[in-house]
Ligand binder design. Structure first.
Ligand code: MLC
Ligand code: AMP
Length: 501
């Protein structure tokens, strides 16, 4: 039997006439359309020279056709490599250079720039309406395609995650990784073909792609598919949905709308939050407004979902629940990897069929993040309470999570430090009522240099995706240092704690 993830989705499909997805604009795809449409995209990719194992890099807006392209990639045995639409050409150049894709699919507006990178990849286009040279090519292809057989260990996708040091790393995810996590979540969250998931997440990260898309596919369920998070549309469509998934910012923003009531969500059996910490306050406010408890879960690109609050039983604010059934999770001494006594803080380490196959072409970095007994070191610090629930208490990695997107300070500092008049900079995350953490730059200026916030941000706009750019820049004479000479970021976070309050 083929272990291709698509073949598993196909087995779960409830019937070709059943709707898989519909958009507020009136577009719809049935499960039959998924089969024929993904076949056309798979045939188009093969025609472009894609062979099993080849990477297909995709930086496009969220359209129904993007789903067909994703599934077409799986069927062709290619490795799907989605990229944040906010990435600048400067950022894109690294990913394309590193992954060496056979094909790059981009928006027509970025085609020239991508061609200019001179990577040798075929460059084809797909716009927000699902049109472009790739769509044209696919339209001419056969609606049948024999899904390529894959071993469980063959790669289905590479997703880049920023590194604390050095460049981004491509996390290699296998067909088996994605299949096991999707199956586990269908069970844990009681998905059935009757479910209708309100999908407003981007599909270039695992939350929107492997959780909010693979899980409904594995259950034969359906989606109301929004191009992006839009509170108006969500408030309007909630009565038609049975499940919604989002980052905490979704819930914070929806809570500001007085139309959010228990009656409006009475059809909705499940609200899931993840990708960043959900404040206990938000959890309680949501319960008060709607009478339903948000289910918080914890995952990461390298592992998919690791823990989840229970479907039945207490969903405890400020915790991410017990480990999922097939995930082994331990709290270990960050230095030695030895488990710490129950109830103590340590490094969260995980092992299981969900854990990725390593970083693309980085065997040393891969080795450095696994223990000898196969546990993956997440970089998150946590404890397990007496009830067996995991609480994330901090990050061992120098990471800011803004509105669910990860920002690595070092990357932003590198761009700022390269500017004239800057001595050095420290980029920190400060509590932000909307985004959870607001990216903030504290910049030490050379004597006599005249730097302005607006000008600095304008220069950064050419280099860095919007979500990575500081919301505020603070100019100082010197950065505080400890006796070892290390910049004291904790002191800076304390000093500016109220900046966004
Ligand atoms: C957009 N902007 C952000 C931002 N998103 N700034 C900081 N943080 C963010 N998250 C900036 C844009 O650059 C732009 O700036 C301005 O805000 C308006 O852009 P927008 O597109 O209209 O933003 P908005 O619709 O408000 O987006 C906010 C958001 C979105 C929260 C809806 O960021 C979002 O959908 N986040 C989801 C992230 C996600 O899917 N994470 C999962 C990762 S997987 P300017 O200056 O140009 O005006 C993972 C593993 C796991 O973590 O466990 O799930
Ligand atoms: P990414 O590398 O984009 O996949 O982001 C994964 C990181 O997001 C994890 O390592 C955690 O730091 C964080 N994260 C995901 N879910 C949660 C959660 N529910 N609570 C706190 N942090 C989370």
């Amino acid at each position: 039997m083929s272990d291709n993830l698509y073949a598993l989705f196909r087995q779960a499909a409830p019937g070709d006439d059943k709707t898989f997805l519909r958009t507020p604009a009136g577009q719809a795809l049935t499960y039959g359309d998924l089969e024929s449409g993904s076949a056309r995209f798979a045939n188009a990719l093969v025609l472009l020279g894609v062979k099993p194992g080849d990477r297909v890099a995709v930086q496009v807006e969220k359209s129904p056709e993007t789903v067909l392209l994703y599934l077409g990639c799986l069927r062709a045995g290619a490795v799907y490599l989605p990229l944040n639409t906010a990435y600048t050409l400067n950022e894109l150049a690294y990913f394309i250079g590193d992954a060496e894709p056979a094909v790059v699919v981009c928006d027509p507006r970025t085609r020239e720039g991508v061609l200019g990178l001179g990577t040798g990849a075929e460059v084809v286009t797909l716009d927000a309406m699902g049109q472009g040279s790739l769509a044209d090519l696919a339209a001419d292809q056969s609606p049948s395609f024999r899904t390529v057989a894959r071993e469980a260990s063959d790669l289905a996708a590479i997703l880049y995650t920023s590194g604390t040091t050095g460049r981004s790393k491509g996390a290699m995810l296998t067909h088996a990784n994605l299949a096991s996590n999707a199956r586990t979540l269908v069970e844990a969250w009681r998905f059935t073909p009757d479910d209708v998931l309100l999908h407003a997440l981007p599909i270039f990260h695992i939350h929107g792609l492997f959780v909010a898309l693979n899980v409904p596919l594995m259950a034969g369920a359906s989606l109301i598919y929004l191009p992006k998070f839009d509170p108006e549309a969500i408030i309007r469509l909630l009565p038609e949905a049975t499940v919604m998934m989002g980052v905490p910012t979704f819930y914070v923003r929806l809570l500001q709308d007085e139309r959010l009531t228990a009656e409006r969500v009475s059809n909705c059996r499940l609200f899931v939050s993840g990708s960043a910490p959900l404040l206990a306050e938000t959890h309680h406010q949501w319960s008060a407004a709607t009478g339903t408890a948000i289910l918080e879960r914890y995952g990461m690109t390298e592992t998919g979902m690791n823990t989840s609050n229970p479907y039945d039983g207490a969903r405890v604010a400020g915790t991410v629940g017990p480990p999922l059934p097939d995930v082994s999770l331990r709290i270990a001494d960050p230095e030695t990897g030895h488990p710490v006594p129950q109830g103590e803080i340590g490094m969260i380490e995980v092992k299981g069929p969900n854990v990725f196959a390593g970083y693309w072409r980085m065997p040393e970095k891969t080795a450095a993040e696994f223990r000898a007994d196969g546990y993956f070191v997440t970089g998150d610090l946590g404890i397990i309470d007496d009830a067996g629930y995991v609480q994330i208490v901090g990050r061992g990695k120098d990471l800011i999570i803004s509105g669910g997107f990860n920002v690595y300070p070092k990357e932003v500092e590198g761009e700022i430090d390269a500017l004239d008049g800057v001595v050095e900079s420290a980029v920190i995350g400060l509590p932000h009522p909307d985004l959870g953490e607001g990216v903030t730059a504290v910049v030490a200026v050379a004597p006599g240099a005249a730097l302005e916030e607006a000008a600095l941000l304008k220069t950064l706009a050419e280099r860095l995706a919007g979500f990575k750019r500081p919301k505020r820049v603070i100019f100082v004479e010197d950065l505080p240092r400890n006796t070892m000479g290390k910049v004291q970021k904790a002191a800076l976070r304390e000093r500016y704690r109220e900046l966004y309050a």
